[in-house]
Each structure stands twice: as structure tokens, then as C-alpha cells.
Design a protein around this ligand. Sequence first.
Ligand SMILES: CC(C)(COP(=O)(O)OP(=O)(O)OC[C@H]1O[C@@H](n2cnc3c(N)ncnc32)[C@H](O)[C@@H]1OP(=O)(O)O)[C@@H](O)C(=O)NCCC(=O)NCCS
Length: 277
Amino acid sequence: MEENIEIRDVKDPNEIKRFEDIQYRVWGGGVVPSHLITAVKEVGGVVKGAYYNDKLIGFVYGFIGRYKGRYCIYSHQLAVLPQYQNMGVGEKLKNEQMRWGIENGYDLIIWTFDPARAKNAWLNIGKLGVITDTYLIDHYGEMEDELNRGVPSDRFMVEWWIKSRWIKDRMRYRYDRDLDIKYETVLSLERSSNGIYPSNVKDVNDNYISIEIPLDFDDLGGDTLKLKKMWKLRLREAFIKYFTKGYTVIYFVRGHNIDKGIYILKKGFDPHDRTTW
Ligand SMILES: CC(C)(COP(=O)(O)OP(=O)(O)OC[C@H]1O[C@@H](n2cnc3c(N)ncnc32)[C@H](O)[C@@H]1OP(=O)(O)O)[C@@H](O)C(=O)NCCC(=O)NCCS
């Protein structure tokens, strides 16, 4: 399968129209109209499609923005049709976006993602090496699509420093189960007959700390919508507390025999200064 995937520029507006159908099938609503994406392509943005045997199965697009005082690429949507997910297509699209960014003189790509979603955390932090110290409360307001309905749209703003030593090192070695770091867990995942729920947030000052999340946010057992809201608010409390104290999310660990995802945060981290890693 992998060798039959091709990533290429999408230039034809009729082809970009097909992004709407993919969005509908991936998110179940909240579709960004294709004419906006065509405009992005026209004014210096990056619009890439993933093709399997010439069939469009996913896309990523981003436009030029300004963040923390510098020009960067803001990547607004990444989507892969459900039947082609978990085969490395999302990673290929992002890597092509990175290649384009470096070629066009950018050193930073940013985007948002939902901190409660383990798969996105693994792809973004575990596989691609993004970092974050920015938590956005209810960033998109109420959302009506199937993935986001009924819970606050809190997001991380993540930073992908595509020319940094940090990324070069992270591309060379992917940490998963074997991350050899001592950390204190400040929010842990608890299980009961009523479902999977978050612990209270602990107050610590260790160099490394961790925050746990469920692997499947759509299946928490018990009253899932109530538990989802509880998770969202507890994660908000934990991340804001520790971002305010100067911590940055730098790793995400998940494993087949660890039935949860684990964010690892480090105090005083700077991707450009190796002495802080
Ligand atoms: C996010 C998305 C684009 C990723 O595309 P993809 O092609 O599935 O991504 P990849 O296959 O490159 O990477 C997914 C990784 O997550 C892993 N994964 C799957 N479910 C997981 C879970 N519940 N917890 C942790 N990791 C998980 C996969 O095993 C894979 O990792 P691996 O390559 O180490 O095995 C796709 O899932 C999607 O369209 N999701 C819905 C829309 C969305 O969330 N878009 C991003 C925000 S705009």
C-alpha cells in the first residue's frame, strides 16, 4: 500500500472541491468551503493531496501567518479518509508540508489539535516532534461536527520547528515505550465500573512531569458525554497550570501494553538550546 501513495500539489479547483467530501466523511460536518482553500493555494499557501492509485484519499493545507512575531505556515486541516488511516498517510502529508516549508524559507509550522485525542497526540508529538506550551480555551467556540459536538473546543497550539536540532534528533529516533525519563504524574487516568475518568491535578515542581489521557476519547465507558466534559475541564486545569509554571509538552508515549497515552512535559525547554533538553 505505502509504495502506491503519492503526495502532490493540488492545483485544479475541481479537485480541491473534492476536499469537501473528504471533510464530511472524516469529521461528519463543519466543512470548510473549497473556494477558501483555492484562495489559500492562489496566494502563497501550501495545498497537498495524498493519492492512492490516483484516487484522492487525504489532504493537508496551510497558509502563511504570523505567530510570536515571525512569519510561519499555519496548517489548518489535515485529513485522511477513514479506510486509509493508520497507514502512514498523515505522516507523509506532513513531511511533504515540511519539505515545502524548508524549500520556501520557513522554519516554523504551527497548527492546533485537541489535547484529549491520543491518536493526534501520537502523530503530532510522537511521530513528528512538535512541542507546545500554549493552551487555547474553547478556541473554535461550539462545534457541530460529530467529533467535537457537546464538548468545549479546547486546543493546543503546537510548534513544529522544522529546521531545529530538536527535529533532526527526533526524526532520527522515535521514542515510544522506551522513553527513559523519570517523571512525576500530575494527572492520572483512573478506571472504575462507571468508566475511565481523570484524577485530581497534583501540585509538583519536578523537572519532568506527565499528564495521562485515554487512548479512545469516544469510548470512556459509563456516561461518555459526561466523562468527556470532565476530562476536558481537568486537562484544561492541568495544562494551564503547568504551562504557566514554564513547562512544555515535548514527548507523548503510548503503547500496546500501556492502555493510556502519556504526555511528558519538561520545565524550561527550548528546542534551539540543547542544554535545556
Ligand atoms: C489525524 C489523521 C489525519 C492522521 O492520518 P493517518 O494517516 O491515520 O496518520 P498516520 O497513519 O501517519 O499516523 C497515525 C498514528 O496514530 C496511531 N494511532 C491510531 N490510533 C491511536 C490511538 N488511539 N492512540 C494512539 N495512537 C494511535 C497509528 O498507529 C499511527 O502510528 P504508527 O504509524 O506509529 O503506527 C487522520 O486520523 C484523520 O483524518 N483524523 C480525523 C481528522 C483529524 O483529526 N485531523 C487532524 C486535525 S486538523
